[in-house]
Design a protein around this ligand. Structure first.
Ligand code: G4P
Length: 294
């Protein structure tokens, strides 16, 4: 998609965040990378590997309520098999968030033991939350912190004034700003980020995006598409994706003078409904099947 790449890249914002992460990562025991369960790979910032080096990582597939549960289960298995610890959560309702603290305590049990050996029993485990914009970082932190949310004012060795939050007596989290990366090598990645709303609509051609989404839906989830917009298989057969958008708009009575369809309104409605989960639980990407060529 021609419109998506590069524009979302605010060089100053990215450089600042990169410096913050590179600077603070030395102080943490774990990097918690929040991703969107509908696009677990496409929502991972490829720059991050350079910024955090070999620091241990936990993947959190958030918004799993919006993703196809069967595909999310396959992603979790895929990550387990590839040695990347991962959990799936829904930070909006809180479902699955309870796994987080036990998972990090288990992952970092060696750190706890080492600290105990050194007599640093009171030193909390420190982790940094990273993720692209809109992936649910704040929602997740609020859920994990519950009423315990408290800013950490003074931790020895830790720069204050940063976004440190004590979420349990033994766990501190540091929030970081959400950033995208300069260039989507694969245009499909940019497109998926736009479908889910990680790339802002203001900088995109909304109609083109909706047409592309319709094209994808009619291929992958035709029954959900037809059910939502009361389309018959005959309605969709032989129509171009753009004509399908017109038909969807017409069915919803989105007309302008002369009986033409207000396709911009129809496009905005389609994207809103998709993002709001009205079309059902849809995953935009699945892990490679075992034995399939990569
Ligand atoms: P950020 O800090 O990473 O930028 O994300 P934030 O928590 O602000 O969440 C971005 C949007 O994603 C919010 O929706 C939020 O409600 C939604 N969200 C977060 N976690 C989940 C989840 O697990 N499932 C679903 N379905 N949505 C989630 P919004 O439309 O911007 O605001 P609102 O709907 O909360 O008013």
């Amino acid at each position: 998609m021609a419109q998506t790449p590069n524009i979302q890249w605010f060089p100053g914002h990215m450089a600042k965040t990169r410096r913050l992460i590179q600077d603070q990562v030395k102080l943490v025991d774990l990097v918690v990378e929040i991703t969107d369960a509908r696009i677990p790979q496409s929502s991972r910032n490829p720059e991050l590997d350079k910024w955090v080096g070999g620091k241990r990582r936990l993947l959190v597939l958030n918004k799993c309520d919006a993703a196809d549960p069967g595909i999310t289960a396959r992603w979790l298995q895929y990550y387990q098999e590839t040695g990347v610890p991962a959990i799936a959560v829904d930070a909006k309702s809180g479902k699955g968030v309870g796994q987080f603290l036990p998972a990090v305590r288990e992952l970092l049990s060696d750190v706890t033991e080492r600290l105990a050996r050194k007599g640093m029993v009171g030193r909390p485990l420190r982790m940094m939350i990273v993720g692209i914009p809109n992936v649910g970082k704040s929602s997740f932190i609020n859920r994990v912190a519950k009423e315990k949310r408290a800013r950490v004012e003074d931790r020895p060795g830790v720069t204050t004034g940063k976004q440190w939050i004590a979420v349990a007596k033994d766990v501190d989290l540091m929030d970081t700003p959400g950033v995208l990366w300069p260039k989507f090598e694969d245009p499909a990645v940019g497109e998926k980020l736009a479908f889910t709303g990680a790339v802002k609509d203001q900088i995109m051609d909304v109609e083109l995006l909706a047409v592309r989404l319709l094209g994808w839906l009619r291929e992958e989830y035709p029954a959900l598409l037809e059910g939502r917009y009361r389309l018959t298989p005959e309605d969709t057969a032989g129509r171009e994706d753009y004509e399908l958008l017109e038909l969807v708009g017409r069915k919803r009575g989105m007309l302008i003078s002369g009986g033409e369809v207000d396709t911009l309104r129809a496009a905005t409605m389609l994207l809103d409904e998709y993002r709001g989960g009205k079309l059902g639980r849809l995953s935009l990407e699945a892990p490679p099947r075992k034995g399939a060529a990569q």
